[in-house]
Write a protein that binds this ligand. Structure first.
Ligand SMILES: [Cu+2]
Length: 528
């Protein structure tokens, strides 16, 4: 059975998993169970869009506690969508030793359960979602996990009455709305024990209040720098294979701040992939056993369903592969596309794939690889520690950090890019997002050529700042004429204070014909 991290070991429970019965229904049977069968036939993205909306909605409900707008929406969704609203709205379920719970992105139905103390209870978890979910009662160490489309069962005996929270322990899922209340009641007084509404509301309030900030781990390092891939020197198409592994890495994001990144191959961005137009490309995606989460890959260079994401949803320890033909030259973003996609991207799961035109790219002296991403952390600006992902900030598009290559100073100061006067530099620049677009600019340079939106044809000449959408890329080229330190920024300059800066140190002879100091100001170096 697949396992996830962060779950207490379960010693007093039994868990079994079986394929979902409705997958093998005959036509006549499925006519009887038309509703769920129809649900399984919807496309990944139809389901994902609805789930994202519902997931976001759960948070909204918790945050604004039953505003008229939320009530209006729920009213249209029928009784199934009411969990997450106080117990009084759903009514307590009967005390039962057989409890059926449906899980989806991102909710449990029902979210309030009553079971008797002192009797063996069988929990049946029906995963109707597109990624794995579990039902975990952390206080007693009980958990049952179901893959998408599967039904899993687990048994547990609660010694005495009590009120417990149950959650999905897969990272991010609880915050997205997958939580509920389990009332263990004395069977002899079950009828009178069914009013847990007050507890339900108070536990929600408490959960939202305390930011998830842990002490800084010892020996904290920044992630290793992602390397630019070398140019293609082939006149013929080839079969090119890439092995990618999704793994989590706790690393330094800023001085005093650590974050659990989710990565492709341990870097942010993931490795730059580079092929030639007409190549057949094999992508083999493995998900590390201890990643704790399902991952996938959608490459914008792919012509095919989900850019590969529909068939690469891999559980921890699993792998999947496919081939695609690189039909269109260009610079493309790839990213994880597992719900909640924005959470995975905000954890660092993106990179660039370059499809060179058949005739290749013009030769330059130096190529750089840079990607911008926005990061959302629990706690306040300046708080030190290992800070968890903050869903509400992400939904509000209020990043704590906007970063080039995944951390503050990844390519600045001692880590700055190096170049020499007279070199032509090419920057492959992409924006992972999940939310922000970039106003890409190099202070003190003019881009001689920009390939807008990464389309490798007809470059624009002599550009100051180029706009790069989330999930988009560009290529800029310029010749260095004057020595000095050149700052690479997102010219939405508030983001400079959130970390969005890299540097190129250009060394060589001064060039007074192009730039000649006459008298300096006394206040020192400014940039802009
Ligand atoms: Cu992912």
């Amino acid at each position: 059975m697949p396992t996830t991290l962060d779950r207490p070991p379960s010693t007093t429970s039994e868990v079994t998993v079986s394929p979902r019965a409705r997958r093998t229904l005959s036509p006549s049977e499925s006519a009887v169970k038309a509703e769920p069968a129809k649900q399984t036939r919807r496309s990944f993205f139809e389901r994902y869009e609805q789930h994202l909306w519902l997931g976001g909605l759960s948070v909204l409900i918790i945050a604004i506690a039953l505003s008229p707008m939320a009530m209006g929406y729920l009213g249209r969704q029928g009784p199934e969508s009411k969990p997450g609203v106080p117990v009084a709205a759903t009514g307590p379920s009967n005390v039962s030793t057989n409890v059926a719970i449906a899980a989806s992105e991102f909710k449990f139905t029902p979210s309030t359960i009553q079971v008797p103390a002192g009797q063996k209870v069988t929990f049946t978890l029906d995963n109707r979602g597109v990624v794995e979910h579990d039902m975990t009662v952390q206080a007693v160490g009980f958990s049952v996990l179901a893959k998408p489309g599967q039904v899993a069962t687990g048994e547990f005996t609660f010694d005495k009455p009590g009120v417990f929270d149950f959650i999905c322990s897969i990272p991010g899922h609880k915050d997205a709305g997958m939580k509920g209340t389990l009332n263990v009641v004395d069977p002899s007084t079950a009828a009178s024990a069914a009013q847990p509404a007050a507890h339900d509301m108070s536990s929600m309030t408490t959960a939202a209040a305390a930011p998830d900030v842990k002490p800084l781990p010892a020996d904290l390092k920044s992630l290793p720098a992602p390397q630019v891939a070398p140019p293609i020197n082939r006149a013929e198409p080839a079969y090119v294979k890439f092995d990618l592994e999704t793994r989590k890495v706790v690393a330094r994001m800023a001085d005093g701040v650590a974050y659990e990144y989710w990565t492709f191959n341990g870097t942010v961005p993931g490795p730059m992939l580079r092929v030639r137009e007409g190549d057949t490309v094999e992508i083999n995606l493995g998900n590390a056993l201890d990643s704790g989460v399902t991952h996938s890959i959608d490459l914008h260079a792919v012509t095919g369903p989900g850019g590969g994401a529909t068939l690469t949803q891999v559980m921890p320890g699993e792998n999947a592969s496919f081939t695609f033909k690189a039909l269109n030259p260009g610079v493309y973003v790839y990213h994880c596309a597992t719900p909640m996609v924005s959470h995975h991207i905000a954890s660092g799961m993106y990179g660039l794939i370059v499809v060179e035109p058949k005739d290749g790219l013009p030769k330059v002296d130096r190529e750089l690889y840079l990607m911008e991403g926005d990061f959302y952390l629990q706690g306040q600006r300046g708080d030190e520690g290992l800070r968890a992902f903050d869903l509400n900030k992400m939904l509000d598009e209020r990043p704590d950090y906007v970063l080039f290559n995944g951390s503050v100073g990844a390519n600045a100061g001692a880590n700055a890019f190096q170049a020499s006067v007279g070199e032509t530099i090419r920057i492959f620049f992409g924006v992972g997002g999940p939310n922000l677009t970039s106003s890409f600019h190099v202070i003190g340079e003019i881009f001689d050529r920009v390939y807008p939106e990464g389309a490798l044809a007809n470059p624009s000449l002599n550009v100051q700042t180029t706009h790069v959408p989330a999930g988009g890329a560009t290529v800029v080229e310029f010749k260095t004429e004057v020595p000095g330190t050149y700052n690479i920024v997102d010219h939405s300059l508030g983001r400079l204070e959130k970390g969005a800066a890299a540097q190129i140190v250009v060394q060589g002879e001064s060039n007074p014909e192009v730039f000649h100091p006459i008298k300096s100001g006394s206040a020192g170096a400014g940039g802009h």
